[in-house]
Design a protein around this ligand. Structure first.
Ligand code: AMP
Length: 227
């Protein structure tokens, strides 16, 4: 299996969180998801949570210095031998540069950056109809990818209900996609230039997409064959 850490990138609604959780379950990674960390802060009523919510509710990014500080603190709690999958971070070139510095400081390195690609029309359908399992947090789209049995999680059997994310109204979704284009597309180029970006189609069943990602990771550990 791969040696270093991974970044999972993709537009809002591309399934990053779902696939990152699979990497946790199946490969023993620790997930570091900045969106989840901000929501946890908000649920606990911290100052950081309140500050982040001002941006999240409008579909904007939380400022880089605030985000990087939170990632730095979270990183300090993760043992060096544990591999990390970064989910939703970095989202700007400044964050990508900060991540390089942070990883270097703690003797870590990135093995690959996996980009989930999903057409805009499909993202819009998915984002308006998101539903979540309250037990294991698996995310579904009731329009595009509902659970096999309505209301029951495919993964753990827990209850699945429509997600009340305040940043999923049509206007905020549109803004989030615009911000992704403007701020995060340059991060794709940043990693592409470095030769560690891998593009993966994020369309299809969750298991199919998971298998594509696994195949990519597996391929990396196999020495180049003559075939
Ligand atoms: P997510 O759950 O990853 O879709 O993130 C939800 C929201 O949290 C985003 O729309 C941003 O407002 C904020 N957020 C999450 N990660 C970052 C980040 N790396 N940089 C700035 N803002 C972020």
């Amino acid at each position: 299996m791969t040696q270093g850490d991974l970044v999972l990138m993709g537009p809002p609604g591309s399934g990053k969180g779902t696939q990152a959780r699979r990497m946790v379950d199946e490969l023993g990674y620790v997930q570091l998801a900045t969106g989840d960390l901000f929501r946890a802060h908000l649920a606990q009523g911290t100052e950081l949570g309140k500050l982040a919510q001002n941006y999240m509710s409008k579909g904007q990014y939380v400022p880089d210095d605030v985000t990087v500080k939170m990632v730095r603190e979270r990183l300090a709690d993760i043992p060096r031998k544990t591999r990390i999958v970064f989910d939703g971070f970095p989202r700007t070139v400044a964050q990508a540069e900060a991540l390089d510095r942070l990883l270097k400081e703690c003797g870590r390195s990135l093995t690959a950056v996996l980009l989930l690609e999903v057409p805009r029309d499909e993202l819009l359908k998915r984002l308006g109809t998101r539903a979540t399992c309250s037990r294991c947090q698996t995310v579904y789209s009731l329009a595009v990818r509902p659970p096999k049995v309505p209301g029951v999680c495919d993964r753990c059997g827990g209850p699945v209900s429509a997600t009340a994310r305040s940043d999923e109204s049509p206007e905020v979704v549109k803004k989030r996609l615009e911000v992704y284009e403007a701020e995060t597309k340059p991060v794709i180029e940043y990693y592409e230039k470095r030769g560690i970006l891998k593009r993966v189609s994020g369309v299809g069943a969750m298991d199919e997409i998971g298998a594509r990602l696994m195949a990519l990771l597996e391929r990396r550990k196999t020495p180049r064959s003559t075939a």
